[in-house]
Design a protein around this ligand. Structure first.
Ligand SMILES: [Zn+2]
Ligand SMILES: [Zn+2]
Length: 430
């Protein structure tokens, strides 16, 4: 068949190719959507108090598109029987599990006078829940290490093989060795996966100066919904927001390293009662923009920074380019929003001092930095905040705080918030 020229002067084959390419990119753009997920979740496989199927069911029916089960130092795999009476959640949790999934599904047995329940591995229950383009389960592990009483917990999202936590001679070395173990596994298996540093302020485990030096570290938890993790810091300790700005500034401007992106997660353990002093589900999550709901697409989009963290604020669109960082919120009626654009400019004051105790000795916490680091560049109200780059920004990020108090907050008086990933002019297009 002979192609008729559609446009005078342009060969028909070229025209056809151009139309095909335009259609493809239009289809791709139309397919990209925001997927809601939680990357930090515990079950009876470690110290959570419910059976994994019950937890997955809650997330799926609560509007999440993906979920990673991330238990301490174990994958959800292999043969595992738990004594029902003494397990977290006890007989009540088992009865609810049995009532929901039935004797046909739930496995129990008596052994030496004890009633045991079998924990189902992810590979056995995932088909009950997964649906293409609707709901995805991702294997994970909270690699749970530490150094001299300081917790060093690192999640490995989309891991394939169990990683035994590694020790080291400092917090930094422990982080680096465990991060390396994840990156080595990625290399060996070819499976996209990433580590992320959990709750740096839990037992004041990790400082900004330590975390900023870790190679291969691309994500950390700016918001974790566990009541013990101290995201907001205190008079002596920097908040996770402050830690983020210090790390971004030093990695981008001084150390010549990759940026670190901020995550929101639940770190949920308690599934039978709701209270601020329990680690419940539904407090923090990520919204990831990808064409397909697969682990590979989620990992890739997140590594490109195409996501935001949230504890309630919803975003429709983020435009980050050479001239602006613009956000279109998905506002709720009667609710107001305040957006703070935060960043560090070239030529910033690099001095920083260690925090000392009453005896004058350094406390080993995150240093104090000048106000140039993570400066407030602008504050705006309304559903369409936008920041125009002046040209000297090392990075600009946005934090949006809603007037709406958070339901079941992790700390009293908490407002719904979203954290937009940094726009880094020196690294565009991202
Ligand atoms: Zn942890
Ligand atoms: Zn955890």
């Amino acid at each position: 068949m002979k192609l008729r020229p559609y446009f005078p002067g342009i060969p028909p084959l070229l025209t056809a190719i151009a139309i095909f390419v335009a259609l493809q990119s239009a289809i791709q753009a139309a397919q990209a959507k925001w997927w809601k997920g939680n990357l930090h979740t515990h079950s009876l496989w470690s110290d959570g108090d419910d059976y994994p199927e019950m937890i997955v069911q809650w997330y799926k029916s609560s509007g999440y598109d993906f979920l990673a089960l991330s238990d301490h130092n174990t994958l959800s795999s292999g043969q595992r029987w738990k004594e029902i009476k003494t397990s977290a959640g006890g007989v009540d949790a088992f009865d609810k599990y049995l009532a929901r999934f039935g004797t046909d599904w739930v496995e129990q047995k008596w052994q030496a006078g004890k009633r045991l329940a079998r924990l189902k591995p992810l590979g056995e229950f995932r088909s009950l829940f997964e649906e293409p383009g609707r709901f995805l389960l991702i294997e994970s592990e909270e690699i749970t290490a530490g150094y001299k009483g300081k917790p060093v917990h690192i999640n490995a999202t989309n891991i394939r093989h169990f990683i035994k936590p590694l020790d080291g001679d400092s917090v930094l070395e422990v982080m680096q060795k465990n991060i390396n173990a994840v990156m080595d596994q990625r290399q060996q298996t070819g499976q996209p996966m990433f580590p992320h540093l959990n709750h740096p302020n839990f037992v004041w485990g990790v400082t900004a100066e330590e975390l900023m030096q870790v190679r291969g570290e691309r994500f950390f938890e700016v918001y974790n919904g566990h009541p013990a993790v101290r995201n907001e810091g205190d008079a002596t300790h920097a908040s996770t927001d402050r830690i983020w700005d210090i790390m971004l500034t030093w990695r981008l401007a001084v150390l010549n390293m990759e940026p670190i992106y901020g995550l929101g997660v639940d770190d949920s353990h308690n599934y039978h009662a709701t209270a601020s002093n329990l680690s419940n589900s539904g407090r923090g999550w990520v919204m990831v923009r990808a064409n397909h709901l697969t682990p590979e697409h989620i990992v890739k989009a997140m590594e490109e920074g195409d996501f935001y963290a949230s504890s309630g604020v919803r975003v429709r669109e983020i435009i980050a380019n050479k001239t602006q960082l613009s956000i279109q919120l998905d506002p709720e009626p009667g609710i107001t929003y305040k957006t703070t654009f935060i960043g560090t400019r070239k030529g910033f004051d690099q001095t920083h001092t260690s925090v000392v105790g009453d005896d004058g000795k350094p406390l080993g916490v995150t240093d104090r930095y000048s106000d140039d680091v993570g400066a407030i560049l602008d504050e705006q109200s309304g559903p369409t905040p936008s920041y125009s780059l002046k040209g000297d920004e090392i990075y600009v990020r946005a934090k949006i705080v809603s007037s709406k108090l958070k339901h079941n907050p992790y700390v009293e008086g908490e407002h719904e918030t979203a954290w937009i990933q940094p726009l880094i002019p020196g690294r565009l297009p991202r």
